[in-house]
Design a protein around this ligand. Structure first.
Ligand code: ACO
Length: 335
């Protein structure tokens, strides 16, 4: 069974409440109907009820079974405002500002997740990555033991034998512009856990660089080497190795030559990029040149799952990310 089919099965078997703050947006409305019809999740749309109903009529979409919450009239507005103010008062938040900010659908949705009125949130069809991440970082924060929120892509490379028969996880390609060695270690560990728990594969994590095991020296390489050491110390149970060039990480012949003693080289299925420039460019190269399917970016490391969409997303993309978010919520409860 393909990975997304398995994700759909898991989501359907244990339906989660997922809030979509861009409730007045057309693709979101159509996706909400599809999610309901497929029984993937209990969807909550945020927005003005009349405007959403009018849009649904225009789109010929049936919103039966979908809850719509307008922050302006919500009975929970005061509860969320007070909780948000308490969370952020040490960062200069005032009660007056909190009253305005929480009415913003992204903040309102994030507070719903924080206070367990939803298990996860998906947004980004009309907002930027930063617009979504900021309330998440301020309110949901990182899971215990995780120092940094990051993201991963599941790359499906057709006809390839690299990684797990063409499936590899790439990280971080969307969140941290220039992670420190400590943050790289945290990203590597989070992605290994994602590979294990979400993708059900045995992770072999390569810490990528332009150097393999000391073949070059630079402060850029030192960062990756230190990150590798820290990750190994923190989680000796995981197969993590570096620093490795991309070919040494995934091609057995090159690995035999350049890193013969590595337990990861030549068979890596999780690739950790040293910074956001290389990660973002790297996944797009594979997506375009190898015609790979790139599922993501999916966030990891949040205490509760919230996820971003591309502004060019389709209705199907929204459905897929809602299913993935549901499964992340299920995994969090189980572990
Ligand atoms: N993990 C955990 N906490 C974080 C992280 C992180 N990665 N980054 C910031 N924070 C925390 C800060 O500590 C701070 O907490 P506090 O307010 O409680 O003290 C809070 O989040 C806000 O931090 P800022 O530094 O003010 O946040 P910033 O405005 O820099 O935004 C963001 C953070 C949005 C993640 C930023 O780094 C960013 O824009 N990253 C790149 C996103 C992007 O454009 N990606 C590429 C496009 S996606 C694609 O192509 C697929």
């Amino acid at each position: 069974m393909r990975l997304m089919e398995k994700i759909y099965e898991m989501a359907k078997a244990n339906k989660q409440r997922i809030v979509l703050p861009e409730g007045e947006e057309e693709r979101t409305i159509v996706a909400a109907q599809k999610i309901y019809e497929q029984g993937l999740a209990t969807v909550i749309l945020i927005g003005n009820k009349e405007r959403i109903a009018a849009k649904a009529r225009e789109l010929d979409a049936d919103l039966t079974g979908i809850e719509i919450i307008d922050p302006e009239t919500s009975e929970n507005l005061q509860k969320y405002t007070t909780a948000f103010y308490e969370l952020r008062k040490n960062k200069g938040m005032t009660k007056e500002k909190a009253e305005i900010i929480v009415k913003d659908p992204l903040y309102f949705g994030t507070m719903m997740v924080k206070l367990d009125d939803a298990e996860g949130m998906v947004s980004g069809a009309i907002h930027t990555t930063g617009d979504l991440l900021r309330p998440g970082l301020q309110i949901i924060k990182t899971a215990p033991g995780v120092s940094v929120v990051s993201s991963f892509f599941i790359m499906m490379v057709p006809g390839s034998t690299y990684g797990e028969e063409g499936m590899l996880l790439f990280s971080d390609c969307a969140v941290n512009p220039n992670p420190t060695a400590e943050q790289l270690a945290s990203i590597a560990i989070a992605t290994a856990d994602t590979a294990k728990l979400l993708c059900k594969i045995d992770p072999k994590v390569a810490m990528l660089s332009f150097s393999t095991m000391g073949s070059a020296e630079s402060e850029l390489v030192t960062k990756v080497r230190t990150g590798t050491e820290l990750a190994k110390q923190m989680r000796p149970d995981l197969a993590i190795d570096g620093e490795l060039q991309l070919d040494a990480a995934i091609v057995k012949k090159v690995a035999d030559l350049k890193a013969p003693d590595s337990n990861v080289a030549g068979k890596a299925n999780v690739l950790i990029f040293p910074d956001l420039q290389s990660g973002n460019i790297g996944y797009k190269l594979v997506q375009r040149f190898a015609k790979a399917e790139a599922i993501g970016p999916i966030c990891q490391g949040f205490a509760k799952p919230i996820n971003d969409l591309s502004r060019g997303c389709s209705e199907e993309d929204i459905v897929n990310v809602v299913a993935l978010t549901s499964v992340q919520a299920i995994i969090k409860k189980e572990n």
